[in-house]
Write a protein that binds this ligand. Structure first.
Ligand code: NAP
Length: 254
């Protein structure tokens, strides 16, 4: 949103707590969000059920372009996992209007804002990655790519794999973070069974335990381990490197 506004584009940020209230589970909130909109950036909910209806309504309301945020390696994810993103991909492909799909690697911001933030702050990150490297992508690069795809022609029916410029193991990523933060943070390699046991002991819902298992199964298989060149294809520049992200985000771990 900030990227589009900085470029002078009118934009409506819609979510449950956004500028305009939008809730996937409450179709009454959809018409006001769609009124007068020409392009939609679709961030899929976990539950796929509302997505096809939303896409149909959007087209009826005059939307002529979708950019859907998906995930790299989605084709390798075991059946049943990440149905939201899979359904969103199908819905925009079948929409009858212009569509583009972005498939990023794991976001760097998972370390500072989301999935792994609290555990890193506690001084220990334990995952079943098999020491397979991951080219983490900075969320700002995803936003910059999305902004271009929403506002320029020539990307219809394209699927862009996007990643950071270099792949690191989670152990290397944690070492980089610990050094920048000036504190000890351990990376511990777990077996998939040990990881699932830790998640269950922490009260993580079973559906999310399964999704994380599917995520790390794909990661360990190495399908997403090499950097992809989607950022350069769309933006004509290199993506932000992991050290650049860590220096921006360092306050999150101190
Ligand atoms: N994190 C990763 O490494 C990664 C990698 C590849 C793909 N992805 C995909 O990218 C997407 C975003 O991931 P994320 O990690 O940024 O997720 P996130 O931090 O959980 O953000 C989800 C967003 O969806 C909104 N939202 C949640 N429930 C909603 C609802 N019922 N109605 C409307 N909006 C709702 C939230 O805003 P409000 O709370 O204001 O509603 C929030 O802005 C997901 O589809 C994820 O699967 C993530």
């Amino acid at each position: 949103m900030r990227t589009l506004r900085a470029a002078g584009e009118p934009v409506r940020a819609a979510s449950r707590s956004g500028e305009v209230r939008f809730d996937w589970t409450d179709p009454d909130t959809w018409p006001a969000v769609l009124a007068g909109v020409s392009a939609v950036y679709l961030v899929a909910p976990d539950d796929p059920a509302p997505i096809p209806d939303f896409v149909k309504q959007a087209v009826q309301a005059g939307v002529g372009r979708f950019v859907a945020l998906s995930a790299r390696g989605l084709d390798h994810i075991s059946e049943g996992a990440f149905q939201g993103m899979a359904t969103a991909e199908r819905a925009v492909r079948d929409s009858g209007v212009q569509w583009t799909i972005i498939r990023p690697n794991n976001f760097s911001q998972n370390f500072s804002e989301d999935l792994w933030h609290a555990t890193l702050r506690s001084g220990r990150l334990a995952l079943p990655t098999g020491a397979v490297p991951e080219p983490f992508i900075d969320a700002q690069d995803i936003a910059d790519v999305a902004a271009v795809l929403l506002t320029s022609d020539g990307h219809h029916e394209q699927v862009y794999d996007i990643s950071g410029p270099q792949a690191f193991t989670f152990g290397e990523a944690v070492a980089t973070i610990a050094k920048a933060a000036g504190r000890e943070i351990d990376y511990v390699e777990l077996t998939p069974a040990e990881y699932q046991a830790e998640l269950r002991a922490a009260g993580v819902p079973e559906a999310f335990v399964s999704e994380l298992d599917a995520l790390f199964t794909v990661l360990r298989a190495g399908h997403n381990a090499k950097p992809a060149d989607g950022v350069r294809q769309v933006l004509g520049r290199d993506p932000v490197d992991f050290a650049g992200y860590v220096s921006k985000a360092v306050d999150a771990w101190t």
